[in-house]
Every structure is written in C-alpha cells, then in structure tokens.
Design a protein around this ligand. Sequence first.
Ligand code: FE2
Length: 281
Amino acid sequence: MNERTLTQVIPAVPASDGAGVKLRRSLGASQMLRHDPFLMLDEFFSDNPDDYLAGFPAHPHRGFETVTYMLDGHMQHQDHLGNTGDLGPGDVQWMTAARGIIHSEMPQQREGRMRGFQLWINLPARLKMQPADYRDIAATAIPERTLAGGRVRVIAGHWHDASGTLDGPVQRDGTEPTMLDLQLDAGASADVSLPAGHNAFVYAYEGQAEIGGESVPNRAAGLLGPGDILRVHAGDSGVRMLVLAARPLDEPVVQYGPFVMNTREEIEQALRDYRDGTLAA
Ligand code: FE2
C-alpha cells in the first residue's frame, strides 16, 4: 500500500459568479490552479440572502461536466432540453454539458442558509461533442456507510472497506470520478482507498484534518500525491470533507469562461455556435 500525501494547499478565495452570487473558489481560482481533470471547485455558503438571491440566470456550457451538491437550501435547475430539477439538502445534480447546454440555476428560497458546491470535471476530447446529459440524484439514492467515528456518502465511484464495496449512483466513463462526502468525529481516522494513477484532492468544509502528518486547513483544496490509500485523521472538532479523485486526461486545456475545449479553434467554434443558437442544438 502506498499512502497519499498532501502536495499543495489551495485556499478558497472569495469570488462572485452568475448574477452576483458570493462564493469561495479554490480549484479554478486561476487557470494555473487545476488538478487534471478537475477544473474548478466552488463552495457557496451564506446565511445572507443578498449573497445568493440573484442566482445563475441562463448561461451556456460546453466541453465538461458540472456537479452540484447541495448541503442546505433549495436551488432550481432549468435547461434548454426541458429538464427541471429542484435540488434540496443532500441532493446532487450531475450535468454532462458535452456539446452544449444552456441552463439556469436559481435559489428557491428568500431566506435562510444556502450551502453547497459546484465542481467542474473536464471531459476527454472524444466525449466533448457528445449530446448533453443531465441527472438529478436524490439524497435518498446516495448510499451511506457508518464508519468507526464517522460516516461516508458515496456519490460517484466506489468505497471499499472490510464490510465490502459500496457503489455510488454515478459511474462515468472516461475520467471515472470518485466523489465522497466523508464525516469524522474528533480524533477519528479513516482509510480511503482511491484508484492508483488517479489525481485526487480533498476539501474540508467543516473542521480540519491531518493527512500524512500535514494539516489540511478548513476551506482549502488539499491536492494529494500518488498512491492508492488516503489516511485521514480528523482534527479536534472533527471534520466534514469532500474526497475527489479521477483519471487525468493529459490533454491540452483551452478555457474561455464556460467553454472548455482542447484548442483555440474549438473555443472560437463554441462562441460562434452560441451566437448562432446552435451550441446546444
Ligand atoms: Fe452552470
């Protein structure tokens, strides 16, 4: 067994997106701060409606997948394919923009806490121009396992331990992502098996943890080195963290806002298609 260690910490910095939603961005805060195939991780977390009410009115995507994971609050998704989804606490939306999707993501609450994540995962060149695909996964459809001093929810990929394997509802070709929500009480530890050769990182959104003797600060992406096992020790107040891993693509990335392709020509094509109304046709 080869233990993964912490190689880089990317603090989440305040950012604003959509029509002015305040959020914290770690991966993707600059185009240098990616972890192939992960492009971006945003956390939105506020008790103040002024921070989120404006939402994300209709906007396009091409060339990658967006994953929205709600912890608190309600958000409604609508897209040009006619999909409508109401996302509540614990629900996940897995959207494969691929060739193109135009959608809006609007808060369905006037007050109270809104908290969750949006993750962008790149697609391999061969899948970038496939038809768009969209899936809502209800909280009840996400398997959970009780651990010694904690629990884990398996959103994508697999969890392995002595009690057997737990499969998440999302299994994707290409990048084969793993997405776990891991909660550990103060002082508890967990061994997380992650595919060797996949790029991995963690994001502690409550409390703190230690990996290989290094501390993973709260609200930061902690990039991990190679290995097949991740050993997490929760800090004094316990920890809640996302654990993510996926197969790197090793392909050129050219990004222009919500379009992520392999070449400049493909970006120019995406802009033309969006202008001509054929992006998502
Ligand atoms: Fe979006």
